[in-house]
Design a protein around this ligand. Structure first.
Ligand code: AMP
Length: 284
């Protein structure tokens, strides 16, 4: 496994690999790997010839009041974990490599970026779309692999690929979870042991709301009320959003219909840690 620090070197390598006919996969990450990240790398390894994972804590997707400066980082740890997955390249640029002093371009996607995560974090998806487009251009992947954990992000990236005609396939893989259901996240290390236990309320709420729907509940506000009431059983929780919406466009229905594809979305603070999770369900 090679560590690549510059865009020039990364592009020279992929150009040669592509001429030789290799299928390239990209797993974009911000590092501090957990089994969720590693499951994306495993899929990439099984479904392509060359796996590149990028490790870059992208400053433009953090607002000034967010955790950019504290975001967990340990390259040696990540290096060993990636090595163990036998991937081929870690693309590990620094800020000045990705955003030199004269950098001035931002990609803004309308519509899907304006609700939920985008409402709470207004500049977040501009940062995501811009860095992902740059990574696609630098690594020229045939497939790019993302986690369902960041559900709205997957819709944003699919729109980016469609609107800007990127010639690649987006693969979305299921959320890796701890034994008690908590979605794996690099940010989970911020939780003290008490809040870590209480954080299972998020998965519990999603699983029970899914059951409610599978048992026939189709009224959107009843599902949402159930989710909010259940989350509020933990007094340390501060809900950002908890809702049930169409999975393709994140719009609300008054009443879902049989066959509707629904995504349950939650973002909530436990103490100062912001956690997100989601679950898909088809109305019976
Ligand atoms: P991050 O490093 O958090 O930006 O995540 C990098 C990639 O890993 C994104 O595509 C995430 O959606 C994905 N990811 C994060 N957490 C999980 C998880 N628990 N299971 C599967 N994929 C995940």
């Amino acid at each position: 496994m090679e560590i690549i620090r510059t865009t020039k070197q990364m592009t020279e390598i992929v150009n040669k690999l592509k001429i030789a006919g290799n299928k390239i996969s990209l797993v974009p990450t911000m590092g501090y790997f957990h089994d969720g990240h590693l499951s994306l790398m495993k899929y990439a390894k099984e479904n392509s010839d060359i796996v590149i994972t990028s490790l870059f804590v992208n400053p433009t997707q953090f607002a000034p009041n967010e955790d950019f400066n504290n975001y967990p980082h340990n390259f040696d740890r990540d290096y060993k974990l990636a090595l163990n997955e036998r991937i081929h390249y870690i693309f590990y640029p620094d800020n000045s490599e990705m955003y030199p002093n004269d950098y001035s371009t931002t990609i803004h996607i309308k519509g899907i970026t304006e609700k939920f995560e985008g409402k709470s974090r207004p500049t977040h998806f501009d940062g995501v779309a811009t860095i992902v487009a740059k990574l696609f251009n630098i690594t020229k992947p045939d497939i790019a692999i993302f986690g369902q954990k960041d559900y709205q992000q997957t819709l944003v990236i699919k729109k980016l690929v469609k609107d800007l005609n990127f010639d690649l396939e987006i693969i979305v893989l299921p959320t890796g979870r701890e034994e008690d259901g908590l979605a794996m996240s690099s940010r989970n290390i911020y939780l003290d042991s008490d809040l870590r236990k209480k954080a299972t309320i998020i998965y519990d709420t999603l699983a029970n709301a899914k059951n409610l729907i599978l048992n026939g509940e189709k009224n959107q506000s009843k599902i949402e009320k159930f989710m909010i009431d259940n989350l509020n059983k933990v007094k340390e929780i501060k809900i950002d959003f908890a809702t049930a919406v169409y999975s393709n466009n994140l719009e609300k229905a008054m009443e879902f219909k049989s066959g509707d594809e629904i995504v349950l979305l939650i973002a909530a603070y436990l103490g100062t840690t912001r956690l997100i999770d989601n679950m898909l369900v088809t109305a019976p």
